[in-house]
Ligand binder design. Structure first.
Ligand SMILES: Nc1nc2c(ncn2[C@@H]2O[C@H](COP(=O)(O)OP(=O)(O)OP(=O)(O)O)[C@@H](O)[C@H]2O)c(=O)[nH]1
Ligand SMILES: [Mg+2]
Length: 220
């Protein structure tokens, strides 16, 4: 019982700070995407591919979440992103407070899109609102097609699910229809898209989705 109360308090404190972050993001007129996946699904590769296509059109900031190192921040900087690396020092997810602490270091006024790459983990980040507009789960074909039902929380909490590494479909026993069906069972409202961040398949559709989300937010 005590454990449940402590968890509820942590979540409600997080929610309060997330709402403050959301107001800061809205004042900055930016669209914010919180990207969650297991390690190695291709979050940073998707960001690199997105930057290659959109960095000349939009001012893009990235908040990188990792236990340690600046490796992912170095990668996205090399593709034209501004932003900042957060090291959790062992924590398995970003919290609204961690994001709130770096907001003063970001030039949101001149930004259009803000990507938050969460710590690679399919469980812990699922229920931590960071103040984003959309929470997105990235699946990949190398993980196996049974993951949605095994890790349901993130699929309940996400408004967008992207299946990455579709270039590998001919070589893997991955039933993409099965994975997508499981997502729909868990969350019928969740949008679903397929991409290969590495090879470029689906990237035009993905970039159009981002353009649409930014335009919709700015239209109020
Ligand atoms: N074949 C193929 N490989 C990919 C694709 N996207 C990413 N990869 C590879 O997958 C590996 C992991 O990619 P990352 O982008 O580092 O994955 P990540 O989700 O950012 O990893 P963490 O930040 O450690 O959680 C790299 O070797 C990428 O080149 C893809 O679409 N197709
Ligand atoms: Mg990464």
């Amino acid at each position: 019982m005590t454990k449940i109360n402590v968890e509820k308090k942590i979540q409600s404190d997080n929610e309060t700070i997330a709402e403050k972050n959301r107001r800061v993001f809205t004042d900055g007129d930016v669209f914010v995407l919180n990207i969650i996946s297991s390690p190695g699904s291709g979050k940073t590769t998707l960001l690199e591919a997105t930057l290659d296509r959109l960095a000349s059109e939009f001012n893009i900031l990235v908040i990188e979440g990792d236990v340690t190192t600046e490796r992912d921040m170095d990668r996205v900087r090399a593709h034209g992103a501004g932003g900042i690396q957060i090291n959790t020092g062992g924590g398995c997810h970003l919290s609204a407070n961690m994001v709130s602490e770096v907001l003063p270091d970001l030039d949101l006024e001149s930004a259009d899109l803000v990507f938050i790459e969460n710590v690679g983990n399919l469980i812990c980040p699922a229920t931590y609102d960071l103040g984003e507009d959309v929470r997105m789960v990235l699946l990949s074909t190398t993980e196996g097609d049974d993951k949605p039902m095994k890790y349901p929380a993130i699929f309940h909490e996400s408004q967008m699910a992207v299946v990455n590494k579709i270039d590998l479909l001919p070589y893997l026993p991955y039933d993409i229809e099965r994975a997508e069906k499981e997502v729909r069972v868990l969350n019928p409202q969740c949008e679903i898209m397929r991409v290969s961040a590495l090879k470029g398949d689906g990237m035009d559709e993905w970039c159009d989705w981002l353009r649409g989300k930014l335009a919709a937010k700015r239209a109020g």
